[in-house]
Write a protein that binds this ligand. Structure first.
Ligand SMILES: Nc1ncnc2c1ncn2[C@@H]1O[C@H](COP(=O)(O)OP(=O)(O)OP(=O)(O)O)[C@@H](O)[C@H]1O
Length: 249
């Protein structure tokens, strides 16, 4: 992304954002309203920036003719994930595979594998309306990974998951991030510490900090606000960014 600017009416959600993300697991952190969802929606090609350029897998997604090819290689779990309650897990994930124009021959096996990966193998023929909120969230993750995406975008995937499932999801993220670019927005700094190779902290539409979970944790070694080093690192990085902005105003 370069010079990315996104506005929602009078609100500037992203302002002159330059980011270059490669293979690995990238944690996207930031306070409510920082611009995380806006950024993920630009990358998912569901919304267009007001200015700037987004290139994914070598393709300029500002070019309508290039978008289809990129979308087939993306996985996306939106923050608000729409689904059909009357579909079974298998039907729903297969439906998304069809939308992604996956080759029909491999779809049935890919669906089963994706559902297994999120720990729902025993509920594959259950209707979505009979699942708990956390299970539906896991179906959302299954539909995002069904095509073994090269770029995986997950907007708060751990919201609503129980601790055991969170641990399993982090392991899945690490596995996927060894070969793909995985971008995960979260409010849980523990997720970042456990699963991410890089961290980007957004604040009021700007990149406030970039580094590794270790470097963010190192900022939290000094006394500050937060119950863990990574939480203290988060607040310290945010404070340093805001102080720097004040100084330039
Ligand atoms: N559809 C919209 N109409 C008007 N303003 C919007 C809209 N969507 C987002 N915004 C504004 O854009 C800014 C960025 O919002 P965004 O949802 O990207 O933040 P976020 O970091 O994902 O927040 P959260 O952590 O609360 O999910 C906020 O100020 C928000 O109020």
């Amino acid at each position: 992304m370069s010079g990315l600017r996104v506005r929602h009416r009078r609100t500037v959600a992203l302002d002159a954002v330059d980011l270059d993300l490669g293979v690995g697991v990238h944690g996207l952190l930031g306070p409510n309203g920082a611009g995380k969802t806006s950024l993920i929606r630009m990358l998912a090609t569901v919304a267009r920036p007001d200015a700037g350029r987004v290139e994914i897998l070598g393709e300029d997604v500002g070019e309508p003719a290039r978008r289809g090819a990129v979308r087939a290689r993306l996985g996306y779990l939106p923050q608000e994930f729409g689904h059909y309650p009357g579909f079974t897990v298998r039907e729903f994930v297969a439906y998304v595979a069809w939308l992604k124009e996956m080759p029909v021959a491999g779809t049935a096996a890919a669906v089963e594998r994706a559902v297994e990966r999120v720990g729902l193998g025993d509920r594959i023929d259950a209707k979505l309306r009979t699942l708990s909120g956390g299970m539906v969230r896991r179906v959302g993750i299954a539909q995002a990974v069904v095509n073994d995406p090269d770029v995986l975008l997950l907007d708060e995937p751990t919201a609503g998951l129980d601790p055991e499932q969170r641990v399993e999801l982090r392991a899945l993220l690490r596995e996927l991030g060894s070969t793909s670019t995985v971008i995960v927005s979260t409010h849980l700094v523990e997720d970042v510490a456990a699963a991410c190779t890089e961290v980007t902290l957004l604040d009021e539409g700007r990149v406030a900090y970039r580094g590794t979970p270790e470097s963010l944790g190192a900022l939290g070694e000094a006394p500050g606000v937060g119950d863990s080093v990574i939480e203290r690192g988060y607040t310290a990085a945010l404070r340093a960014h805001r102080t720097g902005l004040e100084a330039t105003r």
